[in-house]
Write a protein that binds this ligand. Structure first.
Ligand SMILES: Nc1ncnc2c1ncn2[C@@H]1O[C@H](COP(=O)(O)OP(=O)(O)O)[C@@H](O)[C@H]1O
Ligand SMILES: [Mg+2]
Length: 371
C-alpha cells in the first residue's frame, strides 16, 4: 500500500529541461498509466519516481514522507524495464532469487517461498529450472516481472514492458499484467507506454504527457469522451479523431460552429469568444453515420478510399477542403464505390469543439442541440 504525491517535479539534464513541473496524486492500489509520444519524458518521470535519477526541483512524497533523497530500496519500489535483463547463466529460479539472496536476513526457506509464490502468480512454475535462453520473449518478461514481485514492493513501475514482444504476445502479456494487478490488489502500479491501447485497457487513470507537461489526467473513458484539448483528442483513439478547422460564433443557444466545407451547426456550449473566432470541430470516426433524410448533414464529400477490416469499414471522404480526408468507421457490410458522393452526420453530443488555442469548449454536452 502506498500513495504518491508529486509536487512541481522538475528534471533537467544540464541546460535541457525535460520535466517542467509535474503535479500528480496517485492513490494507493491504483493502476496509473503514463502515456505520450516518444521523447515526452515518460521514462524520465518513472526513473525520478524510482530514485534512479535525482529530482532537480519539487518534492516526491510516498505515504506522506518526502523521499527525494531516498534510495529505490528505501522507497519500496521495484521496476520492470523494456529489456528483461535476466542473467543468462542463471536458471529462472536463481534469476528470481538473486536480489533476495543479496539482502541479508532472508532465510533460504523465505526466499524459496517468495520465488514460488511469484512463479505461481505468473504461471511460470514449470520453467523454474530452465535457463532464460530456453524461454520465449513473453516468458522471459514474466520472469523479469516475477523477480520484481519477489521483492514485495509497495510500488511497481513498468517501463514499456511489452514493446519487445510480438503483437500476439503483447496482447496476452497485457492481459496477464491486468490480472497481476487484481491479484496484488493494494500494490500501486505505474506503467509507461506510448501505446494508447495499452493505456486504455490497463489504466484506472491515464496521465497524458506531452513535452514534459501533463496534458490531462482521468479515467480512460473520461479522456476518450471528454478530451481537454486537441493533443489528447488526437492521441487517444484509432483512427484518430477527425479535426477540422472551423469558424466559431456566439449564438443564442451557445456557439455556432461552421467547419470548413461543412454546414453551420448551433451547439449549446458555453462560448466566451463573443466576437467569434477560429477554432476546431472534432468528431470521432465511429460517431459518423451516413446522413438520413431530415437529419442535419455534417459533411458531404467524395469517397477516395475504403478499407474493409471485417467488422468495420473505414471510409475516407474528400470534403473538398484540400486538407486531410474525413474518416468514418462504418459497419463492415457497407460497400461504397470510390468516387461516389456521400453525406455524413453525427449526434450533436458526439461533437467536440476546440478554441483557437486547442482547448475544449465544453459545457453540458448532453444538452447540445443541432440547428
Ligand atoms: N541522461 C540524459 N541526458 C540528457 N537528456 C536526456 C537524458 N535522458 C533523457 N533525456 C532527454 O529527455 C527527453 C525525454 O526522454 P524520455 O524520458 O526517455 O522520453 P520517453 O520515455 O517519453 O520516450 C528526451 O528529449 C531525451 O533526449
Ligand atoms: Mg521511454
Amino acid at each position: 500500500m502506498a500513495n504518491l504525491k508529486l509536487t512541481k517535479i522538475r528534471k533537467s539534464y544540464g541546460a535541457v529541461n525535460v520535466l517542467h513541473g509535474i503535479d500528480l496524486d496517485i492513490r494507493s492500489g491504483e493502476f496509473v498509466v503514463f502515456v505520450g509520444p516518444s521523447g515526452c519524458g515518460k521514462s524520465t518521470l518513472l526513473r525520478v519516481i524510482a530514485g534512479l535519477e535525482d529530482i532537480t526541483a519539487g518534492t516526491l512524497e510516498i505515504d506522506g514522507r518526502v523521499v527525494n533523497d531516498a534510495t529505490p530500496k528505501e522507497r519500496g519500489i521495484a521496476m520492470v524495464f523494456q529489456s528483461y535483463a535476466l542473467y543468462p547463466h542463471m536458471t529462472v529460479y536463481d534469476n528470481m532469487a538473486f536480489g533476495l539472496k543479496l539482502e541479508k536476513n532472508n532465510s533460504k526457506a523465505e526466499i524459496d517461498k517468495r520465488v514460488r509464490e511469484a512463479a505461481k502468480i505468473l504461471q511460470i512454475e514449470p520453467y523454474l529450472d530452465r535457463l532464460p535462453k530456453a524461454l520465449s520473449g513473453g516468458q522471459r518478461q514474466r520472469v523479469a516481472i516475477g523477480r520484481a514481485i519477489t521483492r514485495d514492493p509497495k510500488v511497481f513501475l513498468f517501463d514499456e514492458p511489452l514493446s519487445n514482444l510480438d503483437a500476439a504476445l503483447r496482447v496476452q502479456t497485457r492481459i496477464e499484467i491486468a490480472r497481476l494487478h487484481e491479484k496484488m490488489h493494494g500494490t500501486t502500479m505505474i506503467y509507461v507506454t506510448h501505446d494508447q491501447v495499452e493505456a486504455m485497457t490497463l489504466a484506472d487513470r491515464i496521465v497524458v504527457l506531452n513535452k514534459g507537461n501533463v496534458e490531462q489526467v482521468g479515467s480512460p473513458m473520461d479522456l476518450y469522451n471528454r478530451p481537454d484539448n486537441l493533443f489528447v483528442a488526437r492521441f487517444l483513439g484509432s483512427p484518430s479523431m477527425n479535426i477540422l478547422p472551423a469558424r466559431l460564433d456566439a449564438a443564442p443557444e451557445g456557439v455556432a460552429v461552421t467547419p470548413e466545407g461543412g454546414a453551420r451547426l448551433s451547439l449549446a456550449l458555453p462560448y466566451r469568444g463573443a466576437a467569434g473566432g477560429n477554432g476546431y470541430l472534432g468528431v470521432r470516426p465511429e460517431d459518423l453515420v451516413p446522413v438520413q433524410p431530415g437529419q442535419p448533414e455534417l459533411f458531404r464529400g467524395q469517397v477516395t478510399l475504403t478499407e474493409s477490416l471485417g467488422e468495420v469499414t473505414l471510409v475516407y471522404l474528400d470534403t473538398g477542403r484540400g486538407a486531410e480526408p474525413v474518416v468514418a468507421k462504418l459497419p463492415g457490410e457497407v460497400r461504397l464505390e470510390r468516387g461516389s458522393t456521400m453525406g455524413l452526420a453525427a449526434r450533436p453530443e458526439a461533437l467536440h469543439v476546440f478554441d483557437a488555442d486547442g482547448r475544449a469548449v465544453r459545457g453540458a454536452r448532453a444538452e447540445a442541440v443541432a440547428a
